[in-house]
Every structure is written in C-alpha cells, then in structure tokens.
Ligand binder design. Structure first.
Ligand SMILES: NC(=O)c1ccc[n+]([C@@H]2O[C@H](COP(=O)([O-])OP(=O)(O)OC[C@H]3O[C@@H](n4cnc5c(N)ncnc54)[C@H](OP(=O)(O)O)[C@@H]3O)[C@@H](O)[C@H]2O)c1
Length: 251
C-alpha cells in the first residue's frame, strides 16, 4: 500500500525522542518532510540530523504562547507547505490528588493542554483539504491510570477538544484524531516505572495486564501514527485510536 506521504510536510512536536521521534522517522522513511521540535536547539538539531535532509529541527517549548505560530511558519518556509501536525509533548508530572501541587497542574495545563490547543488552532488556519491534526494523548482518555492524576484530568478534556475540532474542520476536508499509547518503551515509561523503586518488577507486572504481554516498541507506535496522518487514512476522522497491545478493555 502506498501511504501517499511523498513530499508532504508534517510538523511533529516533542519529537527529539520517544513517540514523536518514532513517528517522524516513519514519515521520513515514506518520503515526507518533517519539522521536529524539542525544548533545546541541541536536541532539535540532533534529531533532525539523525533523520536527514527531509527534516528540520526547531527549538520550541509547547508551553510558549509564541511557539505554535513560529513552528507553522517554519514548516511552510522550509518546505513550502504544511499537510499535517502531530502534537506530542513531555508527559505531565506523576502523582496522586494529594501530591500534585497547583504549580504542577498549571505547568501541565500550559504545555500539554493549552500548547496543544494553540498548535491545532494555528495549523487549522493554514491547512488545506486533506490536512490532518493528530494529538498524542494516552489511554487515560478512557480509563484513569493510577499515579497519573494530572494526565487523568487533562487528557479526556483534550479528547473532547479534538472531537469538537473534528466537527468544525470536517467540512473543510481536514481530519482530526487522537492516538492513545498504552505502555510504549520510551524514556517516559522508563521514568514512570522507576518511581516504584523496582522498575523491572513494575514492567513485568504492567506487561502481565496487556493481552500481548509486553510493552510496545516506539516504532510500533510510529508506524500506526504515520499511517493515521497519511492520505491512506483519509476516512479515519474524529476518533481516538489506541496503540496499546489490547490493554484497553472497553470496545
Ligand atoms: N510512552 C508511552 O507509552 C506513553 C503512554 C501514554 C501517554 N504518553 C504520552 O505521550 C507523550 C510522549 O511520550 P514519550 O513517551 O514520547 O515521552 P518522552 O520519551 O519523555 O519524550 C518526550 C518528548 O517531548 C519533548 N518535550 C518535552 N517537553 C516539551 C515541551 N514542553 N515542549 C516541546 N517538547 C517537549 C522532549 O524533547 P526535549 O527533551 O528535547 O524537549 C521529547 O522529545 C507524553 O505526553 C506522554 O505522557 C506516552
């Protein structure tokens, strides 16, 4: 199957490592151009250099109110067009209701929630028919994850935002969707597993709850996301797609 990605241009935020980078790598492998971002010049440049000539690295913090407009402009200036965005970002602080401070909630809201809203809004203003806006969210959209209270609070709201955006942009032929990782083996997952003091035991216990019996590999997420962003997925719209090895128990 031809995904139709050749010479299309995507902006992927939070893409110096992890799920964003894995998606950018698949997009480039199928002939797309990408703008990849992280919070430092160094991390962005390094990721782009790894991806090759079809990639531009730009330093931007999703919490920065100026970032969205700057990134959309950078993509159009460098590659002459923008066909889609995938909004990923560092995950919110772990913790329980009792642990998490107002500052942690505010920081997460700015980077994870409002940053995503702004990027979607800026992209929506310039995307043409066939464009796509994707959000990397979490299984917490459907089911709270113990110890990730802020994620449990913010992700379902972003899914609601994505759904209303899909209604607004559908008449222009622009798709909007969410991708919901379960447990994919990235730095973020290593960090979360380490909180218990027994990362290997935690990973083994978590793996036992997943029908496929293991964590996902970043490239397994990247391939799914690249497909969903591609013209080959042209009738998939307004949905939250789990990439979780079957961990979600609802339909
Ligand atoms: N991995 C999973 O299985 C999983 C499961 C559920 C949800 N998620 C969510 O999916 C998202 C991506 O996860 P991941 O596993 O790829 O995380 P990760 O391995 O920690 O990578 C995070 C990426 O985001 C960048 N970043 C961090 N804060 C940023 C900010 N404020 N603005 C712009 N870029 C920023 C980091 O780059 P720099 O350090 O260079 O800035 C890095 O490239 C997170 O929100 C996470 O909570 C992941």
């Amino acid at each position: 199957m031809d995904l139709g990605l050749t010479d299309r241009t995507y902006l992927v935020t939070g893409a110096t490592r992890g799920l964003g980078f894995a998606t950018a790598r698949e997009l480039v492998a199928d002939g797309a151009n990408v703008v990849v971002t992280g919070r430092t010049e160094e991390s962005a440049a390094k990721a782009a250099a790894t991806l090759g000539d079809r990639a531009l690295g730009v330093a931007a913090d999703n919490a920065d109110p100026e970032a969205a407009a700057r990134l959309v402009s950078a993509a159009r200036e460098r590659f002459g067009r923008l066909d889609g965005v995938l909004i990923s970002v560092g995950g919110p602080a772990p913790g329980t209701t009792a642990d998490n401070t107002d500052d942690q909630w505010r920081t997460a809201f700015e980077a994870v929630f409002l940053g995503a809203v702004r990027l979607a809004r800026e992209a929506a203003a310039v995307l043409d028919e066939g464009g796509v806006i994707g959000f990397v969210l979490s299984g917490s959209v459907h089911e709270p994850i113990p110890g990730l209270t802020i994620s449990n609070g913010l992700r379902p709201g972003l899914a609601g935002f994505a759904k209303s955006l899909a209604d607004e942009l559908g008449p222009r032929g622009i798709r909007v969707l969410g991708v919901l990782p379960g447990r994919i083996a990235t730095d973020r997952m290593t960090q979360l597993d380490s909180l218990s003091g027994d990362p290997e035991g935690t990973r083994a216990r978590n793996s036992a709850t997943i029908p496929l019996g293991r964590y996902g590999r970043p490239e397994e997420f990247g391939r799914a996301a690249a497909f969903l962003l591609s013209p080959a997925a042209s009738y998939i719209n307004g949905v939250m797609v789990p990439v979780d090895g079957g961990a979600r128990h609802g339909f």
